[in-house]
Write a protein that binds this ligand. Sequence first.
Ligand code: ATP
Ligand code: MG
Length: 350
Amino acid sequence: MKPTMANTRLRRPVPETGDLLATLMEKVVGQSSALEAIVPYVHMYQAGLAPEGRPVGVFLLLGPTGTGKTHTVEALAGAIHSSERHLLRIDCGEFQMEHEVAKLIGAPPGYLGHRETSPLLTQQKLNAATSERSNLSIVLFDEIEKAAPSLNRLLLGVLDKAVLRLGDNTVVNFERSLIFLTSNLGARGMSREMRPDFGFDAMVDRGRPNLHRKLENIALQAVRKRFSPEFVNRIDVISTYQPLSREALARILEQQLDDFRLHVQNRLGQRAFAVELSGAARQFLLRKGASPEYGARELKRTLLRHLIQPIAGLVARGLLDAGGCAYADSEDDGEHLEVRCLPPADTLAA
Ligand SMILES: Nc1ncnc2c1ncn2[C@@H]1O[C@H](COP(=O)(O)OP(=O)(O)OP(=O)(O)O)[C@@H](O)[C@H]1O
Ligand SMILES: [Mg+2]
């Protein structure tokens, strides 16, 4: 790192992000080692101590589906810029063909179609991912394994020198960026290792103390097969997300229920009501929406279909009184969630 007193970044006040690690841990459940590896890079930037001539940090997030890789990047954007959408996101699935990758940087002047192919990755777009609170841009290349190989070549310059040269020969500077790559590489081998047919408890909660190490090895092998050594060498942190334990999934459910309650309060104001669930109802939602194979990916959809939509139906029919309670219950191992209204007076008795 170059010791320079004239570091212009030092002149900016350090933005108030509170205890960033604690904020992220609350949002992203059960992935503390990934978060602990990411946060020091943000601190380094905020302190004005990030090295020059390269991105602030380059992270490759690996691991099974639905375990919080993309969610981590969104949560970080939420913590730094106050909005989870405040990031520059490239869905690599949209760049599977070489000519699609070319759209990222645009065609050189004089080429046929030059005018129509204004680049997708411009300095302006990168700057738009900053905010009043921080001039650090978060860039997400989601599901990197889906992109055509030429994207890796483009990225090499970005990861190494923080520079992307566009078709019209202008450059985009990534020195004030955190770059996240997420990938499912090795996922098939991981799910074989996790062996869902053995059941949840056997897989994650008990008896597999070295499962994480094994998944990490599978992921790293797949990465080395797919990316060149010089590409891998330019990544600061490679983190393999862990399969979510039963306890982590239960915490994620509570988190999503709290989000919904907050939404009810904010949206309905005076007409708001409480939302309560029995233990069996919680088990129902976890059984339907969470699995070792798909992590927490289906949880939101399950909540929507089995809890939020029935509640909306009650509201629409005028059956849920302001100050009342929507109470969800289910038979043990039942196939349905029953949502009924408790009048205000009965709410506490629920
Ligand atoms: N660790 C977690 N903590 C809190 N919520 C989570 C976690 N993992 C997943 N979720 C929930 O599940 C949804 C899907 O997770 P996410 O998009 O982060 O999966 P992913 O790991 O990126 O999977 P994929 O490899 O399929 O893209 C999130 O939007 C979030 O609601
Ligand atoms: Mg993802």
